[in-house]
Design a protein. Structure first.
Length: 192
């Protein structure tokens, strides 16, 4: 299956690949709000909404910086606390998914094994973005704290890293939901 997965790298993917859409078709998003989802599914969606909201806030901060409504210090002060929380929570969320939930989902519904493999591989791609964001955030922080002349360049590099990470992260969140939420809902419960 790894050869098949290589056909669908996270970067540039525009939808969940067709072999993995059968769950979304069995329990489409339009039904998610019309039923009482199991607590695990509701919590999953809340976590993902939190990541999207943090991404939106960071995107707005980048836009304000690029429009010269924020100087480099204000950009640093507004962006880095949100970025730090985002990185910490997303990394922890992925570790719990990969180490706890994904193996249980495989047991609950063995037919989704290839979809879980896809999501696990996506985690690796997202993690590479998280590392780049952390590195560039730390570089900006060091430059601002020391008064380095390249602080504005460091801010621009962090903004570029956010630009690169955002589409992949949003794609992954959507695809993961399209696999995981139907499994939980159709089973009527989440993993133990």
């Amino acid at each position: 299956m790894s050869d098949t997965l290589n056909r669908w790298p996270l970067h540039g993917r525009t939808d969940l690949p067709e072999p993995f859409t059968w769950l979304r078709e069995a329990f489409p998003r339009a039904r998610w709000t019309g039923v009482a989802l199991p607590q695990t599914a509701s919590h999953w969606l809340q976590m993902h909404d939190g990541f999207r909201q943090a991404g939106d806030r960071m995107g707005q901060t980048v836009s304000a910086y690029r429009a010269d409504r924020l100087d480099t210090r204000a950009f640093h002060d507004q962006l880095l606390p949100t970025l730090a929380g985002f990185l910490q929570h997303l990394d922890g969320h992925h570790n719990i998914e990969t180490g706890h939930y994904f193996p249980q989902f495989r047991r609950m519904e063995p037919r989704i094994a290839a979809g879980i493999d896809l999501l696990d591989r996506d985690h690796d791609a997202v993690h590479a973005h998280l590392e780049a964001l952390a590195d560039r955030g730390n570089a900006l922080h060091a430059a601002v704290r020391s008064g380095a002349v390249d602080a504005a360049d460091r801010a621009a590099r962090l903004a570029e890293a956010l630009d690169a990470a955002t589409p992949d992260l949003l794609r992954h969140l959507d695809d993961e939901e399209d696999i995981v939420i139907p499994v939980i809902a159709l089973a009527g419960r989440g993993p133990a």
